[in-house]
Design a protein around this ligand. Structure first.
Ligand SMILES: [Zn+2]
Length: 286
């Protein structure tokens, strides 16, 4: 009798410890990992996807740097912060992904991709969410929250290098809640996370995305343009019906994200087919 009582007590304790461990480690179906500050710094400086190397003098000027060395020095000396607990936002993002459907998208493959998230240093890439390789870069504060724009997360508004309202400001951190503040504000919303994860999918499975390009009639444009850099885009400029789609810096348009214009229509979704596909897909499900 004593043996069975002891056995039951031990069983309950083991079960309790197991459940506590699962919760702490985020084993809730979400495949989530956050980079710590030094990993984030090393990751950005490694430039594994060649994005920094690809930046033109106009890209650097729009970001407030005279040259690549200045940009790299900024990344070396910037302040990096811990990622807050995004488990609840990721749960919401996973629930949204459950509902998504499109011909170019294999949902099982999308769901199998890990959520790898890092917090950007202040001012990096206009304080806008974006992807670098498989890593989703999230600003340290909700962008646009000081400018009357929708905070990141409402997503119909200011999100990634993407905002259709074009309202994200370069220095959106004044007045916004910094990561780790007591306000509890998440620096990112679930819609934005899904937007970025769809870019990770496009980068990881370019053959799948070719189905979209073909179906929508996009072709690689042979002409060259001075295009503004977008870390979520591929290296090509595409055209449809003979009309090229790309972003560029308006002459005399000043610095920052606000200096970027898009053609054929001046909205960030027209930057490239990858952006257009993600925006229009999420328009249908959010
Ligand atoms: Zn995007």
């Amino acid at each position: 009798m004593t043996f069975w009582v002891l056995f039951l007590i031990i069983l309950v304790v083991v079960l309790f410890v197991f459940l506590w461990f699962c919760r702490k480690e985020g084993f809730k179906g979400s495949n989530y990992r956050a980079l710590n500050p030094s990993e984030t710094r090393d990751f950005l400086l490694s430039d594994a996807d060649g994005y920094i190397q690809s930046l033109s003098p106009a890209d650097l000027a729009a970001r407030g740097f005279a040259n690549k060395d200045e940009y790299i020095n900024y990344l070396k000396n910037a302040e990096y912060v811990e990622c807050p607990d995004l488990e609840n936002v990721i749960e919401e993002a996973d629930a949204l992904i459950d509902r998504l459907e499109d011909s170019w998208l294999n949902k099982e493959k999308l769901q199998a991709l890990p959520w790898i998230i890092a917090i950007s240093p202040a001012r990096y890439e206009f304080n806008l969410p974006h992807t670098r390789g498989q890593v989703i870069m999230v600003p340290s504060s909700p962008c646009g929250s000081d400018s009357g724009a929708s905070p990141v997360g409402s997503d119909k508004g200011a999100s990634s290098l993407d905002s259709d309202k074009g309202a994200s400001s370069l220095d959106s951190d004044s007045g916004a809640s910094p990561v780790g503040s007591d306000s509890g504000a998440s620096p990112v919303g679930s819609d934005t996370l899904v937007h970025e994860k769809l870019h990770v999918y496009q980068k990881t499975y370019p053959k799948d995305f070719e189905k979209y390009l073909k179906k929508e009639g996009f072709q690689i444009c042979k002409r060259r343009f001075n295009r503004s850099a977008n870390p979520d885009a591929d290296k090509q400029i595409y055209e449809r019906d003979g009309v090229p789609w790309y972003g560029y810096y308006e002459k005399g348009g000043g610095k920052g994200f606000q200096s970027i214009r898009y053609t054929p229509i001046n909205m960030p979704r027209y930057d490239c087919p990858r952006e257009y596909a993600v925006y229009t897909l999420l328009d249908r499900f959010t």
